[in-house]
Structures are given as C-alpha cells and as structure tokens.
Write a protein that binds this ligand. Structure first.
Ligand code: SF4
Length: 108
C-alpha cells in the first residue's frame, strides 16, 4: 500500500536530507533519516496543543500507526521510545498508553 494513500502526500525527511551528516545526526540516530513520519506527517503522531476529542484522536492515531506499520525503522523507533521513555506521541506504532503497558509487562 502506498504511503500517500495512508496519509498526506508529502516528501519524507529522507527525501529532503539523504545524508545524515547534512542534519548532524549521530550513528545511533541515523535510523531517523529513514523515518516515514518526518516532514509534514508529524502532525499525525503527536496530539494538538488544544483539546482533541476521543474520536479525532483515535482516527489520527490509526493513520499514524498505519504509517508505522510500513515504516522500515519501526523496530528501531519502538526501541528508542522505550529506552528514552518518550512521554508523548506515536512511536514505533505504539501510543503513550501502549508503551506504558509494555513497560509494565516487561517489569512484571
Ligand atoms: S515507526 Fe512510526 S513513528 Fe517510528 S519512525 Fe517509523 S513512522 Fe515514525
């Protein structure tokens, strides 16, 4: 399935910056260059600064997760979010609450 069909029809970060040196990323962070969520997709992955009704949040998160499901760095992204305890947003296909549940399961 084409990414454009899942969300906006915009360039990815990788299209804009094909070399990690261009944006000063370390080797550890270079997986981010292949992230499908960069660029204009970012608004799908984080809540707005104003109130977001539950139905809107569920739709937004479903669109973000659909992108994650075809992202070539999904595993790296999920691992990074767990390691750094990211508090907000969809990372690696997991929402904030889903990441908390995973941590609880791992620590039980
Ligand atoms: S898995 Fe999702 S949040 Fe992570 S880099 Fe890919 S598209 Fe972005």
């Amino acid at each position: 399935m084409a990414i454009a069909a899942l969300s906006c029809d915009c360039k990815t970060f990788t299209d804009a910056y094909p070399n990690k040196e261009d944006v000063g990323l370390s080797d550890t962070e270079s997986w981010q260059l292949r992230a499908l969520c960069r660029g204009n997709h970012a608004h799908l992955f984080f809540p707005p600064s104003t109130f977001e009704p539950k139905e809107s949040r569920l739709r937004r998160e479903a669109r973000a997760k659909a992108i994650c499901n075809v992202c070539p760095v999904q595993q790296e992204c999920a691992a990074y979010a767990m390691e750094t305890k990211e508090l907000f947003g969809i990372w690696g296909g997991y929402s904030e609450s889903e990441r908390k549940e995973l941590v609880a399961v791992v620590n039980s």
